[in-house]
Structure formats: structure tokens, C-alpha cells
Design a binder for this molecule. Sequence first.
Ligand SMILES: *Cc1c(COP(=O)(O)O)cnc(C)c1O
Length: 284
Amino acid sequence: MAEEMQINPQRAKQLVENLTHITQRIQSANKRSEPIRLIAVSKLKPATDILALHQPPLQHAHFGENYVQELLQKASLLPRSIRWHFIGALQSNKCKMLAEQIPNLWCVSSVDSVKKADALEKGRAAFVARLAAEHTIGEPAKSADSGEGRDAVVEAVLRIMVQVNTSGEESKSGVEPSDALALCEHIRTSCPHLQLTGLMTIGAIARSQATTPGNENEDFVTLKNTRDQIVKELGMLGGELELSMGMSADFEGAIAMGSDEVRVGSDIFGERPPKKDTMVVEKG
Ligand SMILES: *Cc1c(COP(=O)(O)O)cnc(C)c1O
């Protein structure tokens, strides 16, 4: 249990400093009035690192994970008040389990096929049916992003972002920009337990490295244009479909391009170990 986890105070102090610094950089890059959501990407890092940021003084709420098994394990160990984001490459056969077994799963950001959307819908429907049977269903959180609401609120609807492959790299998941509209429409019309909230992209790192003021990352431009077109085609309101773009190497550039959510891992937690060496609970 969380109470029994031993957090190294030195490590906790370092993590708090790192996240505070990232928050300051986000604030100075943000020229709009709406705050930008920071997902602390904790994949391959121990549960104690997450707890160190989730407990006072920061009480950071949003954490991102890439592997279903690792997320299931962390979610069972850590407080329900954490808002989990699944941001990794999704496998169809794990979608139902993901949507069904993690009550505080906040968003799945990497949906790139109708098949995966349907499997998530099925899992969330099963989750809701179980909750209804237990009469434990709660009201959806009103202040979605204050990060203040410490109470664990169980929500019926699962937020979904469609991942778009803006860079055209074969190694990257995501739908082609031209296929994003059809998938968004499917989620809105055929998946009542899912709520389409945005588009996500990773983008080519080389393009971010070449980014200078006045020379925008074209992958971020592509995501923004794709979003604007979908909002128009589906008759959505401006602001209803968020952009999740920007990581450690390029989040300031992404914010300048209108990102609503950045996903930062290594600049907060340091370099990641190889996957085979991962320990959710550290030994000794
Ligand atoms: C790992 C990962 C991140 C964080 O990357 P960093 O470069 O460590 O900040 C962000 N988004 C996705 C989809 C990831 O897989």
C-alpha cells in the first residue's frame, strides 16, 4: 500500500524541484489565459517517484504511462486521486482490460483505430455496469483540471484522444491526418461511454530540433490544422477538441503552436532505464 512505500527524501526533493521548474517554463511559454495541463510521464519509473509528486507539497494529479501491465500495477498501489493517462502504443487485445479495470483512468490518448475504440467502449460499458450494480457511481468532476480536487471521483465516461501520425514515420503509431475525422466521428456517434476530448501527436524529433522562432514544427501545424477541420466538420465548439503535443525536447514550441496539454517525462524523472530493468516497487 501507498502508506508503506518508502520515499527517498533526496529523490523526492529533486523531483519536486524538476516539476516546479517545468511548470514555470510552461507558464512563461503560455501566452493564453487557459492553463496548460502537464502530464508527468512516469513510464518505467518506480511508484515512489509518482507518490513523491502526488503527495504535498505539489499534489500533482496527472501522470502518463505507456504499458498496460505497468499501469495496472501502479494504479493498484497508488492513490485513487491520481488521474492516469494511457499514452503508449495501444494493443487491441488490451483495450478492454485497460478501460474496465482502472477506475481512475482519466484519458486514453493513443487511440488510432475503430477496433481499439470499440474495445475501449466495451470495457468502459462493463465498468459502468459493474459500478451501477454496486451503486458507487459518482458525479463527474466539475473542475476537471484544477488539480485541486483530492477526492477520488469515479467517472463513468472515459476521455479519449485520437493519436495522429503527423510525421509520416512508420515507427510512429497514429492515424493518417486524413483518416482522423472518420475515427473521431465514429467515437462520437458509436461509443457512448467514451468522450472524444482531443488529438495527440508525437511528431518528429528532428523537426523539433530544427525549430526556431518563426520556423514552426510542421507536425504541430499539421495537428492544429487537422483539429480545426474536424471541429468544423463535426460542428464542435472551439476549445472542445484539445491538442496534446509537446514532450521534454519540444514542449515550449508546442505551446507556442497552441498545445493544451504537454507530456513531459525525462525532464522531470531523468533518463529511463531499459524496459527489462523496470521495477514498479523498488527492492531494498
Ligand atoms: C515517453 C513519452 C513522452 C515523454 O517523453 P520525454 O521525452 O521523456 O519527455 C511523451 N509522450 C509519449 C507518447 C511518450 O511515449
